[in-house]
Write a new protein. Structure first.
Length: 474
């Protein structure tokens, strides 16, 4: 009996034929474990699970690695947030995280103590008939798009998945893999492989039906919206000021991001999940009983589709989302976005917002007398300067004409320096505290000295009689 657990092949031994002889090799080679490849790759699937379910292609039967990652007892009700402190400049609203869509839109990496400003607006209403690709991938007809665009409650395009993004092409690749494996199963006459193809491919359809959703962003009747500027303070001490109206601020930062599932009943979802679990188990069993040639094809297909999904999971999230309904224009500040200290960064944020109220609401500075006095002076200085048109320094968002951007004016160091002003206030406060302590000490010694003198006199009076009573020596 030949050894199938091969670690070393030597010419002349049976193991040698496993590697080099087609007839002997296939009869001795085993791939019973190929079914485990079908359940590997959960991380790459979960990385883009939410945005994938926005597309109509999510219904397509296809080869999907680790489908059990999408078969859960309960579904998420919100999109994953990002840690940061979000404060409304005018509204006073405060949140301890950034919504997922807002982070996708503006979540660029910012260095420590960096201060940047962007202006975000919703694009003006205009009806553009969807292309054939857009209609096929998203499932929105021209008449439906026209009615949505003209609706006074909706008005502008909504956030959605990109019709021709990387995830769309990965989905189509999985579909063509399933079709190819099914055709090869027919050619080789392998019924078990055909059953495995049907079960594991249509499992993705069951998963798609149970997880399909739409993003519900709040909208209010069309009217002139008040300013809704927002300050985002990241854990590394950097600031992002978002200039927008109240509608955009509510939509991106303060109103909840609600996931509107197509299958709303929890019971119906659990039944579909149970059905999908059975399909997965039966599909893996059928795959284990397929012919060796087809098992090798399955192994190669799952390895390839896993690699592609990992590559797609590694690309920036912005490549998967269609956020074209927002217009983002970066604005600058004199001196550039970089700052050497926390105080300088906070000063530039106040310079852009022209307000200190958000600092206390968002607890961006310590609550001490020195900081309160410094905030008063910083707000006073900030309102003395305006803006001009100039070229951006080290921009992150490259939309628009970077040579004609809005630049916030700032005082020169010899006119007013944020760090020096804080140091001067701190020294003055310390000097006042020291003077108060000295005055207290000067008042204390008079009473304490008199009490000490009286106690010393009492001690002396007690000692002298004892000395006088001692017998004199002759």
């Amino acid at each position: 009996m030949a050894n199938n657990n091969i670690t070393l092949a030597i010419p002349g031994q049976p193991n040698w034929g496993v590697w080099w002889t087609f007839e002997v090799g296939l009869s001795e080679f085993q791939l019973d474990i190929v079914g485990f490849l079908a359940v590997l790759g959960e991380g790459s699937i979960l990385a883009n699970a939410q945005v994938s379910a926005l597309s109509r292609l999510f219904y397509l039967p296809r080869l999907l690695p680790a489908p059990q990652a999408l078969i859960r007892t309960t579904r998420p009700t919100t999109l994953p947030p990002f840690p940061a402190k979000v404060t409304g400049v005018h509204s006073g609203n405060v949140k301890d995280h950034i919504h997922h869509v807002a982070h996708i839109l503006l979540g660029e990496d910012m260095n420590t103590f960096t201060v940047r400003c962007v202006k975000v607006t919703k694009k003006a209403e205009s009806f553009h008939p969807p292309t054939r690709i857009d209609t096929f991938f998203r499932g929105v007809s021209r008449s439906m798009t026209r009615s949505m665009t003209r609706s006074p409650e909706i008005g502008t395009p909504s956030v959605k998945a990109k019709a021709n993004g990387p995830l769309s092409w990965v989905t189509l690749l999985g579909f063509f893999m399933s079709v190819s494996i099914f055709a090869l199963s027919i050619i080789f006459g392998d019924g078990m492989s055909m059953i495995a193809t049907i079960l594991l491919s249509f499992l993705s359809t069951v998963v798609g039906v149970s997880n399909k959703w739409n993003l519900k962003l709040p909208r209010r009747p069309q009217a002139e919206a008040p300013p809704g500027d927002v300050v985002i303070r990241y854990p590394n001490g950097s600031y992002l000021i978002v200039q927008c109206d109240e509608d955009v601020a509510r939509e991106l930062y303060f109103a909840p991001e609600e996931i509107d599932y197509t299958i709303k009943s929890p019971m119906a979802y659990r039944i579909l999940s149970l059905f999908g679990t059975l399909m997965l188990m039966l599909g893996v069993i059928a795959l284990a009983n397929a012919k060796l040639q087809l098992q090798m094809v399955w192994a190669g297909a799952y390895i390839l589709i896993n690699i592609v999904h990992w590559v797609v999971a590694a690309v920036p999230q912005k490549m998967h989302w269609d956020l074209s309904c927002y217009d983002v224009r970066e604005q600058g500040v004199e001196g550039g976005p970089s700052n050497p200290s926390f105080t300088e960064a906070l000063w530039k944020a106040i310079l852009i917002t022209k307000s200190k109220s958000w600092v206390k609401n968002g607890k961006a500075a310590p609550e001490t007398e020195v900081w309160d006095a410094w905030l008063d002076k910083a707000e006073e200085q900030a309102n003395m300067y305006q803006t001009h048109i100039g070229e951006l320094e080290k921009p992150l968002w490259l939309d628009g004409d970077l040579s004609k951007a809005t630049i916030f004016d700032a005082p020169h160091k010899d006119q007013w320096d944020a760090k020096s002003a804080w140091d001067a206030l701190n020294r003055a406060r310390q000097s006042e505290q020291q003077q108060a302590r000295d005055a207290a000490l000067r008042r204390r010694p008079k009473t304490s000295a008199s009490s000490e003198e009286s106690s010393e006199s009492d001690d002396i009076s007690k000692v002298r009689p004892i000395v006088s009573e001692q017998p004199q020596r002759s």
